[in-house]
Design a protein around this ligand. Structure first.
Ligand SMILES: Cc1ncc(COP(=O)(O)O)c(C=O)c1O
Length: 394
């Protein structure tokens, strides 16, 4: 790993305010107080804000929410039962239970528990990591059309970010990314399966890539949707961390575990980094009910398998609709969403869908201004979405 370097860049006030917003730097305590201005700041930086409470004040706004890749099927019944049984223990700090989850994750992923950092959702890891990049060489290489947490965050904090175009299949172009990595690159961000394209890269190719590239720069693999991919668990890259490669593997309970509102995520990283960065990322600890539900959900293998099938069924309805309508889309998506060329400015598409009661993603990725990401919902919600897509596009 590269030695700690001081980021000598002057920090302007909007950056400082933004750091406060995402809960970093000296202003972490101000997080809840500045959510409203934070949403504006994040929006201005091109970051996703759909999942911020003030941006979506009312769950019952009458819209079918297919905009944030939430898992509409809801958490495991066993997770819900486990939470009910632990409500009284909310009076206790959750540190000992966090250690139990760390051990559980370490066992499942075959790594040491000292490598595991647990946070309230994985977003704190992404934003904290973006800041870490600015303090450790300031250079990130990633792909176009990928999740913004690290790249846009790092860019906004002054890092030099190289965006490599997707290849002809809309995959991460691993060869071109490797070619873009230099001796002074700090990190490479790979999202697999990728948000928004849903494409998963070949597991063996990614493993070989990470083994080579991590000799030069740390490879961060965001596996938020990995459990939804057809080839799970073969796609999982935790073995790299177990084998001591300079990689970070990041996961969330927001997707297949359907716990987006409960906030739980984790990363696996080199021990020393987990100690230094982890202390900061935990920011006073994680929430108790999330831990309780997360552990119950991890054990509910039947639920996770059913969930993978349900997501796949609904995803197939969306790709079939895109195909029937003759719209280009990223083929063989592996998350709970599809990425489709709507043939009109994305905002126009999103407004037209909204008028029909369906909320799709309200932001764009540079270079893909007519493309929209559409999440799967329950069968009824996906059917309603397909109907609206046909009304808007036929
Ligand atoms: C690829 C990816 N990583 C990380 C996140 C952050 O999720 P959370 O903070 O809920 O764990 C998301 C959210 O949509 C995502 O799509």
């Amino acid at each position: 790993m590269k030695a700690e370097m001081q980021n000598n860049q002057p920090m302007d006030s909007s950056r400082r305010k933004w750091l406060k917003t995402v809960g970093l730097g000296a202003g972490a305590a101000a997080l809840s107080a500045c959510v409203d201005s934070g949403v504006k700041e994040l929006s201005a930086a091109g970051m996703p804000t759909e999942h911020f409470p003030s941006a979506t004040p009312n769950l019952n706004d009458g819209l079918v929410r297919l905009s944030s890749n939430e898992n509409a099927f809801g958490p495991s019944a066993k997770a819900v039962e486990a939470m009910k049984g632990e409500l009284f223990n909310l009076c206790r700090y959750a540190d000992p239970t966090t250690d139990v989850l760390k051990k559980k994750i370490a066992k499942q992923e075959g790594v040491s528990e000292d490598q595991v950092v647990v946070t309230n959702g994985s977003s704190p890891i992404l934003f904290g990591y973006a800041e870490w990049i600015t303090q450790n060489g300031n250079k990130l290489v990633t792909s176009e059309a990928t999740y913004e947490g690290i790249p846009r965050g790092a860019e906004f904090m002054g890092a030099d970010v190289t965006y490599v175009p997707l290849d002809a299949n809309m995959d991460f172009d691993l060869d071109a990314i490797e070619a873009a990595v230099t001796d002074d690159t700090t990190a490479v961000y790979i999202c697999n399966p990728n948000n928004p394209t849903g494409r998963a890269v070949d597991a063996a190719k990614l493993t070989a890539f990470a083994k080579r590239v991590s000799q030069k720069a740390q490879v961060f693999i965001d596996e938020a949707y990995i459990e939804m991919s057809d080839a799970y668990p073969a796609n999982v890259q935790s073995q790299l961390a177990a084998d001591g490669y300079n990689v970070v593997i990041c996961r969330t309970f927001s997707k297949i575990h359907a716990m987006a509102g409960q906030r739980l995520g984790y990363a696996i990283m080199p021990v020393e980094q987990a100690q230094q960065l982890g202390r900061k990322l935990r920011m006073g600890g994680v929430n108790y009910l999330g831990l309780v539900a997360g552990m119950a959900s991890m054990d509910d293998h039947a639920n996770l398998n059913t969930m993978r099938d349900r997501v796949k069924t609904e995803r197939a309805k969306l790709t079939a609709a895109a195909q029937e309508l003759g719209q280009a889309y990223a083929k063989n998506p592996q998350g709970n969403f599809i990425y489709m060329d709507t043939g009109m400015p994305h905002q126009e598409f999103s407004d037209k869908m909204r008028a029909l009661g369906i909320k799709v993603v309200g932001r764009t990725w540079p270079g893909y201004d007519t493309w929209s990401r559409i999440s799967v919902g329950t069968p009824e919600e996906t059917d309603a979405c397909v109907k609206a897509m046909k009304a808007v596009l036929a």
